[in-house]
Design a protein around this ligand. Structure first.
Ligand code: 13P
Ligand code: SF4
Length: 354
């Protein structure tokens, strides 16, 4: 939908007034009306790095979701303030692993006698508490763009990985990129006693996958892939690794949002693409590449936004920028010092990956 011209003007004026004091980051899943004000756009990895590379900005306005803003706070200095324009912009996947549940899981692994062999690897899409747990137990963070390198590192430190909280990214990376089989993976269900797994299964597994998922990417199915191939002959199917294993196995290309964009940039004119990821991004890409003669469609027939990403809209952004311009700090995201220290360890291990 076109942006309200009055709000656009107000956002522009407030941002101009703030000047270099503010730096606006925009994740690729953000609405067009918000993305137009981003100083930089990116996937989760790029945005974490970019936030850390702006020490002169007093305010980092993060147009994305809560775990991204927390990560930015962890990676920036204490006097920089990270702001999330709507505090209700969470992530249902990140909410699927709580600190209590993960502590309980570690007890289960300890009782099974495997904890000493386990290195935790946590997806960026997790709370600061989970990142701190990961750092404390010798593990690291990964994103969808470096999951293989993170797992390579983890398997140099130990024999098993506890992968949190996205079972799909964990399984897809293990099977597609690391040469493991589905039998090397076991799923730990935090809602069942003992995780719903036996001691034997835990001892045999290389990958212990937390039972979490993304509800947006979970909507794509093998039928979505088969249908689009029937509907558009010669179509290339390009999906995000948060999709189910059967979808990833049937796709032609798999990667992060940044990878999806780069792949389309490099694609020849006349090529056709079905994209399995969030809709704001797919629509933007469809519009952008139509003029180059590249056809880009959404992988599924029914459309789906990430509802929490969409909470950041132009009215929230205007309110945030105008408040900051008037000297009122709103919606600050601040991780406590102890959590931050261990979470930072886990994030820095990721940033140091080759
Ligand atoms: P990337 O942008 O890192 O691919 O992550 C996708 C996502 O789901 C963020 O929530
Ligand atoms: Fe979370 Fe999925 Fe939305 Fe990403 S797309 S923020 S993983 S719910």
């Amino acid at each position: 939908s076109p942006s309200d011209p009055d709000l656009v003007e107000r956002a522009r004026a407030a941002k101009a007034k703030l000047g270099d004091k503010v730096f606006v980051l925009g994740h690729h899943y953000q609405r067009d009306e918000v993305i137009q004000f981003a100083d930089v756009t990116g996937d989760s990895f790029k945005l974490a790095r970019d936030a850390a590379a702006r020490p002169e900005a007093e305010y980092i306005v993060f147009c994305g979701v809560h775990f991204m803003a927390e990560s930015a706070d962890i990676l920036t200095s204490d006097d920089q303030k990270v702001v999330l324009p709507d505090l209700a912009a969470g992530c249902s996947m990140a909410d699927m692993a709580t600190a209590e549940q993960v502590a309980e899981c570690w007890d289960v692994l300890t009782e099974a006698g495997v904890a000493e062999q386990v290195v935790p690897v946590s997806y960026m899409n997790s709370s600061a508490d989970i990142k701190a747990f990961t750092g404390k137990h010798g593990g690291l963070i990964c994103t969808s763009s470096n999951a293989k390198r993170a797992l390579d590192w983890a398997f140099e430190q130990g024999e098993k990985v506890l992968f949190l909280p996205d079972q799909h990214l964990g399984r897809n990376t293990a099977v597609r990129d690391m040469g493991m089989s589905l039998e090397d993976c076991v799923v730990y269900n935090p809602h069942k006693p003992g995780g719903g797994v036996t001691v034997e299964q835990l001892r045999a597994a290389k990958m212990i996958l937390w039972r979490g998922h993304c509800s947006v990417h979970g909507r794509f199915s093998l039928d979505s892939v088969n249908d689009v191939r029937a509907r558009i002959p010669g179509v290339n199917v390009l999906v995000h690794p948060e999709c189910k294993h059967e979808v990833v196995a049937a796709a032609d290309h798999v990667g992060s949002t940044e990878y999806i964009i780069r792949t389309l940039e490099a694609a020849p004119a006349g090529s056709k693409w079905a994209i399995g990821t969030e809709l704001n991004l797919v629509r933007r890409l469809a519009n952008r590449f139509a003029s180059e003669g590249k056809e880009v469609v959404f992988l599924d027939k029914t459309v789906c936004f990430c509802s929490t990403m969409n909470r950041i809209d132009l009215p929230h952004l205007v309110w945030t920028l105008e408040s900051l311009a008037e000297g009122t700090l709103v919606n600050r995201i601040e991780v406590d010092k102890e959590t931050e220290a261990f979470a930072k360890l886990a994030l820095e291990r990721m940033l140091a990956l080759p």
